[in-house]
Design a binder for this molecule. Structure first.
Ligand SMILES: Cc1ncc(COP(=O)(O)O)c(C=O)c1O
Length: 365
């Protein structure tokens, strides 16, 4: 069987280092707000080329707290792409603000040309999502934000180490990351981080993530409990050392997929790009479900990211969007397919996936 993702392979390779890191934390038995979190915050911020990192419980919480840090209020509007993971939009809903959805371009990312027409007095933030590991059109997005006095919060949850014009994300002032196990940098549980250069926002986020407390039993502002714990921080410090190597392998896999699939009729492949970290390798095919079933019969597992665009999800029906509102996202959601993609995927497995896609095409042609 060729899995869509098999984390066991990575953890077998890292087992000794991870065991040592866990044992060290247990020996200290300081599980919350200790040295490992502090060090990982510094190391990951430095990796991103920014000053500050604030370790959080999850990517969703990172987005929620980033919105709080900017004082975004109920009914204020956040511009966000319609093709994203559900938690991006749930974070906006959690603080009572309104997601203003935007259709995506051929790269499945927010179409920056469609942003300005929806800006109004209530608009406060643009939230681009670097989906699948590819960075959005950030020059244009930052230019629009400056022109209209808006803030930018980047959802970097699928884009650890992704680059835009030689700079790692986040490109703007605030970026939110998830360390959900399947991410390019994944914990052995939930985790997240907010990265920023802004000291004032950093100080506020430290309070927001820890009951609003300035020091123990002294709460200054609103806050919740959302702190990256010591065990996850210690494990993530180990994995961070390998992130560049893992991303390089993902890029090599994407390049090979592109080479092997470029001539296969009916398959639309993604662009190859050095700054892309290929969290997901997403193709399009008009007979998507038939292809999925064919590959399954051949013991090749695939996934769809995402089968239902945000505006057609029941949880967001209150936004009153309709079928037809976002033609690209709707069309793509019927055709996209994510192929197996992880650093440890072997050359043999990758070739087998491509061979079977080719065979499928010969059968249905
Ligand atoms: C684009 C995107 N945004 C937000 C999230 C939320 O992250 P988490 O699962 O850590 O809450 C995820 C991951 O699930 C994601 O892929």
């Amino acid at each position: 069987m060729i899995p869509f993702l098999e984390l066991k392979r990575q953890h077998e390779f890292l087992k000794k280092e991870i065991d040592n890191a866990i044992n060290k934390v247990i020996k200290n038995s300081h599980f919350i707000l200790g040295e490992e979190k502090k060090l990982f915050e510094q190391e990951f911020a430095e990796y991103c080329g920014k000053k500050y990192g604030i370790g959080i419980n999850s990517g969703t919480d990172a987005l929620i707290l980033a919105l709080h840090s900017l004082n975004i209020k109920r009914k204020e509007e956040i511009i966000v792409p319609v093709n994203t993971a559900i938690p991006t939009i749930m974070a906006i809903r959690a603080i009572g603000s309104i997601p203003r959805l935007i259709d995506v371009n051929e790269n499945y990312l927010i179409d920056s040309k469609k942003i300005e027409p929806v800006i109004n007095k209530k608009t406060k933030v643009i939230m681009p999502v670097h989906l699948y590991g590819k960075v959005c059109d950030m020059d244009k997005i930052i230019e629009i934000a400056k022109k209209h006095n808006l803030k930018v919060i980047e959802d970097c949850c699928q884009a650890h180490g992704a680059e835009y014009k030689g700079k790692k994300v986040p490109i703007g002032e605030i970026g939110c990351f998830s360390f959900y196990p399947s991410k390019n940098l994944g914990a052995l549980g939930d985790g997240g981080m907010i990265i920023t250069n802004n000291e004032r926002i950093k100080e506020k986020l430290i309070l927001l993530s820890n009951y609003g407390q300035e020091d123990k039993y002294n709460a200054r502002i609103f806050g919740i409990n959302s702190r990256l714990d010591e065990l996850q921080a210690a494990i993530l410090r180990i994995k961070l050392k390998y992130l560049e190597e893992f991303n390089k392998k993902r890029r090599e896999n994407a390049k090979k997929y592109n080479e092997l699939l470029s001539e296969v009729k009916g398959v639309i492949i993604p662009d190859y790009e050095e700054g892309h970290v290929y969290h997901l390798y997403v193709i399009r095919h008009k007979k998507r479900y038939e292809l999925i079933n064919y590959l399954k019969e051949k013991e090749i597992l695939t996934q769809i990211h995402y089968p239902i665009p945000i505006h057609l999800q029941e949880a967001f029906s209150y936004l009153k969007y309709r079928k037809g509102d976002f033609p690209n996202a709707e069309k793509f959601s019927n055709e996209i397919l994510s192929l197996p993609m992880f650093p440890e995927l072997t050359d043999k497995e990758l070739r087998k996936v491509c061979e079977e896609i080719n065979n499928f095409n010969n059968i249905v042609a």
